[in-house]
Design a protein around this ligand. Structure first.
Ligand code: SF4
Length: 259
């Protein structure tokens, strides 16, 4: 992967060569000076969106256009686990929304947590993600129970994501090319829901990157975001310049999360 930054008056044009004849370019405006990974997530999202747009164009040329549309939020009933960085950003974004929206989101989180507790799933959800995320059988069992409850994500207001520009990488990457009606299918219905093939898994890469190098993945289940936010804030992440951090992240992705 070849990575180039060209200075602009308000940031950089970032060009990433993903392979022979496959290049994406996007504008980024990272903060100056030393930053933590959470500070450059908007720039990571810009890179992800450019990669996803290119993958969508290529799929459309093969007759497999993305079928996701605004207002469809069937996938927002799945259990989403995000990187600790994205969890911090999502929690921060709540405080920047209009008061009424903040109130609705906080109430949605309270309702979701209460329903998980009443269903006997909250403790298992927290423990499995904190202590055995590599145990796929256990995680899938939790995901299945969660999906069966059909709980909307607490950020989903009126069937739209309240933090859409800042939604996590996993949400961005979940793009279907099969008819939307098939997303009503059963849990883990890969035979029904065909997803856009992607060259890189940026969501998993972000979860296992501390800002400079690989870290043990620290997934945060989104419904528990406000329960664990205080713990996340106690951690002091490594810092460096935005261009050095983005370069390290993209190399980490290419080395460990190519598909
Ligand atoms: S964060 Fe937004 S896009 Fe992701 S599951 Fe929640 S509502 Fe859906």
């Amino acid at each position: 992967m070849d990575i180039r930054f060209a200075s602009l008056p308000d940031g950089y044009a970032l060009t990433v060569a993903l392979g022979p004849g496959q290049e994406i370019t996007c504008r980024i405006s990272p903060p100056p000076g030393r930053v933590a990974f959470v500070d450059i997530l908007p720039d990571v999202f810009a890179v992800a969106d450019a990669m996803l747009a290119q993958a969508a164009r290529q799929a459309a040329e093969r007759g497999q256009a993305v079928t996701c549309t605004a207002g469809c939020a069937l996938c927002c009933r799945h259990l989403v686990a995000v990187s600790d960085h994205e969890a911090l950003l999502a929690a921060h974004m709540i405080g920047l929304l209009p008061d009424e929206t903040q109130t609705r989101i906080r109430q949605a989180f309270q309702t979701t947590v209460a329903r998980l507790e009443a269903h006997g799933l909250l403790a298992e959800l927290l423990d499995s993600h904190a202590n055995s995320f590599a145990d796929r059988n256990r995680i899938v069992a939790v995901q299945r129970r969660y999906w069966e409850m059909q709980l909307p994500c607490p950020f989903l207001l009126d069937e739209r994501c309240a933090i859409y520009p800042y939604r996590p990488l996993l949400c961005r990457q979940y793009l279907a090319t099969s008819p939307p009606v098939q997303c009503h299918g059963s849990f883990l219905a890969d035979h029904l829901v065909h997803k856009l093939p992607l060259a890189y898994d940026l969501a998993s890469a972000a979860a296992s990157f501390d800002g400079l190098r690989a870290q043990m993945s620290r997934p945060v289940p989104l419904p528990a975001l406000l329960l664990v936010n205080g713990l996340l804030q106690r951690h002091t992440p490594p810092q460096t310049t935005a261009t050095a951090m983005l370069t390290a992240f993209l190399r980490h992705t290419a080395d460990h999360f190519s598909r």
